[in-house]
Design a protein around this ligand. Sequence first.
Ligand SMILES: [Zn+2]
Length: 386
Amino acid sequence: MKILSGKEFNLLSELISINSVFPNEKEIGDFLFDYLKKSGFKTQKQYLKSDRKRFNVLAEKGNHDKSILFYGHMDTVPPYGNWTQSPFELSERNGLLYGLGVNDMKGGIWAILESVKHHEPVNYNLKIAFGFDEENISKGAFLLCGHEFVKDVVFAVIPEVGTSSKMDGKKSVILGRRGRILIEITVPGISAHGSTAKAGINAIREAMRLIPHVLKVELLRHPKLGSENIFVKSFHADTSALAVPDEASFVLDWHIVSPDNEKSCLEKINRIIDNLYERGIFKTINDRRITAKLFPRETPYLLPYTTDEKNQIVKTFIKATGRIFGKIPVRYGLSVADENVFAEKLSIPIVVSGPYGGCEHHFDEWVEPQSLLYLRDSFTEFLLSL
Ligand SMILES: [Zn+2]
């Protein structure tokens, strides 16, 4: 293994060397702010009110009525697992580049910076936004949607990784993503001394009895986004003493497709629960019933979206990308990202086009360098076709 010294990826190497594991995006934010300023962009920081160390970096060029936005998230997940090198050093091994965030999504940020640095906008303003907290609960994306900066944006390009329904390693353009919600279900029991456990009702046993029923909830299928999926993400029950637990709770993790949303999903679960009571499969315990609610979250849940393939700028983007990468398939992402926020809040077409890489949210994250060069060139090609 060698530490990469080639000039081409010097900037990427700098990005990887800056630790930006959420919530510590300040250093990389300052770096990107200075870099864009030096590249001739009008720049500003959009601060999170409750924590001034966290901010989105916004940059723009041009004097037109409408804008094209390039977006990337600055944060990474922590370095999980057993890295065979320092996660904060860009290194090369067998023709691939390794480093934390190299695929998700500092490689994409590099491609944006390299393609826009000499671009002079012709018909649309060129806007760039780098957000924080994507790997957590998208606080940066929600904050951005409330800013004047995005009001004239008509199209967004995001070089994010997109786990798609076909994992054949081919480069793709992603035109939609499923949404995701969490539902917490609380199940009552009756406590009793552990030595006479049968005198009580063990809430853990009740919850285990319930789980197969709720997992049979109707899962929708969408012609583009595919099917929903659901699983039990966590389970909790405990007692402080030698006693039968009188409450258990578990959380359902549900990837959804339209037209499902928080309300319809919660209704479906509640119908199942009501039905189990009506049929006497569960009984009210001292006036306590099984309850279901959305698992509390500081920002709203992310809803599914699709981008219209027939939109003119989408077509222009796909053509430009195809001229560099060769024929590329259109696909739909299995999971959520900041794009879900933009699609809902800004109602604009969004294309996701990232490099070819893997092992994100895992150890030894990698990217293929040629795909980064192609990505940079495809963005340049797109900007020139506008
Ligand atoms: Zn990402």
